[in-house]
Design a protein around this ligand. Structure first.
Ligand SMILES: [Zn+2]
Length: 326
């Protein structure tokens, strides 16, 4: 295919920004799917290609599962991603007065639910190893594996592949790291890429920590023709501008809980402005006594209305789902 840039693509520039030329030989408006199927391996690892893609016609469903955890899927549920893995033990539902439905209330219920979707790929993205993010991680992977589902996980490479990291825990859970972790067990490091099914993930920095050692992270995830910024737990930091410039994400899933651990609503609003997303969902609040309560979502919306007036904010309750289109 020849390089091409149509007027329509140029119209996609929101906020008056001019997106960099995005076609460098092999894909156009089809998004991640076209990228995955037509570019060579070397081309696919060229960040200029993934960075500067204009998107249109993309659709995904995102459901908040409480705390910092989300379920992100194509509308047909053939591609499903989980941003972190604290599901049935997730304590982020009670304060909203929402009862967890059976599909998120036990490992068995969850595996049955995911299997009912007959997915082509299930991708579990682990930002870091704190309990409110990986509390059900191993049991979740095992339950999905045992159900015969095409599940893979990714995260920071040394955490994934080192005996000082998660390797002993994978084995203890009955999971073979080289099979359940993408890239033959290597996961990925910053600047690296992971693929599963038609989903593509990049590891990006977060200003946070892990209990075990290695750096905490966030993700850029391409799914359904939409590019998602998953902040993970983080403070505000200046390179969020670079993340925006480099990856140009559409949807932000942004921690807003404040308290001892992460940025709160005003800084999360600034972060969203810097990464340049057009849609955002506040997460990581009301799930323990140290972070902000249910009011944090609206506080984030308020703060965003000042620093990013065109940002579409979806404040949700756990279990709610939104269709995001770009
Ligand atoms: Zn954390």
């Amino acid at each position: 295919m020849d390089s091409q840039t149509t007027p329509k693509e140029q119209e996609l520039d929101d906020g008056g920004r001019r997106r960099r030329d995005f076609v460098r030989g092999g894909f156009s408006l089809g998004g991640a799917i076209a990228l995955a199927s037509t570019a060579s391996a070397a081309q696919k690892d060229d960040h200029r290609m993934t960075a500067a893609r204009a998107r249109t016609g993309g659709k995904l469903l995102v459901r908040w599962l409480g705390g910092g955890v989300t379920e992100i899927a194509t509308p047909d549920y053939k591609q499903i991603a989980y941003g972190d893995a604290w599901i049935w033990n997730n304590a982020g539902w009670e304060r909203f007065g929402v009862k967890k439905p059976p599909e998120y209330a036990s490992a068995k219920g969850f595996a049955t639910y995911v299997a009912s979707k007959k997915p082509d790929a299930v991708f579990v993205l682990l930002t870091h190893d704190h309990g409110d993010h990986m509390g059900d991680y191993f049991e979740m992977l095992k339950a999905l594996s045992d159900a015969g589902l095409p599940v893979k996980t990714t995260g920071q490479s040394d955490m994934m592949r080192s005996d000082l990291g998660l390797v002993p825990k994978f084995r203890k859970a009955g999971l073979e790291p080289s099979k359940i972790v993408v890239n033959g067990g290597a996961g990925m490091n910053f600047g690296g890429v992971s693929r599963h099914g038609e989903m593509v993930a990049h590891l990006i920095p977060a200003l946070h920590s892990n209990l075990c050692c290695y750096p905490a992270a966030g993700f850029i995830l391409d799914i359904g023709g939409v590019r998602v910024y998953l902040s993970g737990d983080t403070d505000l930091f200046g390179d969020m501008r670079l993340i925006g410039e480099r990856y140009k994400p559409d949807l932000g899933v942004v921690c807003v809980g404040g308290g001892p651990f992460t940025m709160g609503p005003p800084d999360a609003a600034q972060a969203s402005a810097w990464v340049g997303v057009s849609h955002a969902i506040p997460v990581h609040y009301a799930h323990n006594g140290l972070v902000l309560g249910v009011e944090a979502g609206e506080q984030y919306r308020q703060a965003a209305s000042h620093v990013a007036p065109s940002l579409q904010v979806s404040v949700m309750k756990p279990g709610e789902q939104r269709l995001i289109t770009v």
